[in-house]
Design a binder for this molecule. Structure first.
Ligand code: DP6
Length: 357
C-alpha cells in the first residue's frame, strides 16, 4: 500500500553525510507504455539491468540553513538547469514519503558511463541511483529499516521520478506492474523476477547501435499520455499480458526462439502504438528498418539467436547469447555499421544491479 511508504519517524536527528550509489540502466523486454496518474503503469513490464551502462550519483547533505533551494545538481561537474526543473518536480512528488529531504540541503553530483541520447535510459539509472542515496539518508534516521524495505522504497520513489527507473533498483530480471502471473508483483515498485530463469539467459549480451544521434522528437512521458485515449489501448493491455506469459514460459523453460519472438513483437508493438496514437508519430528511421531486415536475414542464414529490441527511439538494442559475441561483432562491422550514425558501439550485457560505493 502507498501508505506503507509514508515517513512518520523523527525528523530531528538529521545531520550531515555523504552517500554514493552506482545504478545500472535497464532494457525492457515487455514494454511499459501508458500510465495512469501517480506513475501507475497501464501494463506490467519486464526488463533486465545492464552491466556497464550505469549512473553514479553522490549526494552530500547537511542541515538546511534557510529557506533557499534544498538541492544543487551537477552533471559531470556542471550545472544543468533543465535537469534541475525535473528534479524539483521529483522532490515535490516524494515529499510525503521523504519529508526529511526538505530539512536538508543536498548537493547531487551525477554522471553516466554512457553517452546521452544513445538509446540507453539515463533517467532509469539516474533516478534509481538518486533514490538509493535518499534511502541511505532515511536509513541513517531510522537504522532499523530492513534491507527489503530499503530496496522496495527505493524502487517506489524512483518510480515517481521515472517509471522505468523502479526496475533499475533491482538487478538482473525484474517486473513492475501488477499481474496475476506473479503474486509478488506490484504497480508501486518493481520486484526481482521471482521464478527460476533458465541458465541460457544468464549471459545475454546487448549491443546498442546508434542509428540516430539526435534527441527524440517526442518524450516518453508524452507517448505514455497518448495511451489514455488510444483506440487500441485495451487491446494493447491484453497483448502485453499475453506476451508476458509467453516470455515467462520462454525464460523458465529456456526457449530462446520463443524469447526472440516475444521480444521483437513487443518492440514493434511499442512503435505501432506510437504510429497509431492521436497525434501519431514515428520514432524509427529508415535505417532502423534496414537494420531490422539485415538482422532477420542474418538470423536465418547463420542459425543465430540474435534479435533486437527498441525503446522510444530509433536506436537498436541487439540481444544475443555471449557465445555469439565474436560473430556478432563481425556482423556489425561488415553489415550494420554503415547504417549507424555513430560508429561507437556500446557493448554491454546483463548485469547484477546497483551497489553502494
Ligand atoms: C519505451 O520510464 O522513460 O522505455 O515514466 O514518463 O519517465 P516516464 O517514462 P519512461 O518510459 C520508458 C518507456 C520505454 C519502455 C520501458 O522501459 O519499459
Amino acid at each position: 500500500m502507498v501508505n506503507d511508504f509514508i515517513y512518520n519517524s523523527n525528523l530531528n536527528q538529521i545531520s550531515e553525510g555523504v552517500s554514493t550509489w552506482k545504478s545500472p540502466s535497464n532494457i525492457a523486454l515487455i514494454k511499459y507504455w501508458g500510465k495512469k496518474p501517480n506513475q501507475i503503469p497501464l501494463n506490467s513490464s519486464l526488463s533486465f539491468t545492464l552491466n556497464s551502462c550505469y549512473s553514479q550519483t553522490k549526494v552530500s547533505y547537511q542541515k538546511r540553513k534557510n529557506n533557499n533551494k534544498n538541492f544543487f545538481f551537477l552533471f559531470k561537474g556542471k550545472s544543468k538547469p533543465s535537469f534541475e526543473n525535473k528534479l524539483s518536480e521529483f522532490f515535490k512528488r516524494i515529499e510525503k514519503y521523504c519529508p526529511y529531504l526538505f530539512q536538508l540541503e543536498l548537493k547531487i553530483e551525477s554522471s553516466n558511463s554512457f553517452p546521452h541520447s544513445s538509446g540507453i535510459a539515463s533517467s532509469a539509472s539516474s533516478y534509481s541511483a538518486l533514490s538509493l542515496c535518499i534511502m541511505d539518508i532515511e536509513k541513517k534516521l531510522n537504522p532499523s529499516l530492513s534491507d527489503s524495505f530499503f530496496f522496495q522504497k527505493a524502487s517506489f520513489i524512483s518510480r515517481l521520478g521515472s517509471g522505468s527507473a523502479c526496475r533499475s533498483t533491482i538487478g538482473f530480471f525484474s517486473i513492475w506492474g501488477k499481474t496475476k502471473l506473479y503474486k509478488e508483483s506490484s504497480d508501486l515498485y518493481a520486484v526481482k523476477y521471482p521464478n527460476n530463469i533458465h541458465e541460457i539467459f544468464n549471459n545475454i549480451c546487448d549491443t546498442v547501435l546508434i542509428v540516430d544521434k539526435g534527441k527524440k522528437e517526442i518524450s516518453s512521458t508524452i507517448g505514455h499520455k497518448l495511451m489514455e485515449e488510444h483506440a487500441y489501448s485495451k487491446d494493447r493491455l491484453v497483448q502485453a499480458e499475453i506476451n508476458l506469459e509467453k516470455l515467462k514460459n520462454a525464460l523458465e523453460k529456456g526457449d530462446y526462439d520463443l524469447f526472440i519472438k516475444v521480444v521483437e513483437l513487443e518492440a514493434l508493438s511499442l512503435h505501432a502504438m506510437m504510429m497509431t496514437s492521436d497525434p501519431y508519430f514515428i520514432l524509427i528511421k529508415p535505417n532502423t528498418l534496414l537494420i531490422i531486415n539485415l538482422i532477420w536475414n542474418y538470423r536465418k542464414e547463420k542459425n543465430s539467436k540474435i534479435c533486437f529490441t527498441l525503446d522510444a527511439g530509433a536506436n537498436i538494442h541487439l540481444l544475443y547469447p555471449k557465445k555469439e559475441f565474436n560473430l556478432v561483432q563481425e556482423f556489425i562491422k561488415n553489415d550494420l555499421a554503415q547504417f549507424c550514425e555513430s560508429k561507437q558501439f556500446i557493448n554491454d550485457s546483463i548485469g547484477n544491479g546497483p551497489f553502494k560505493l
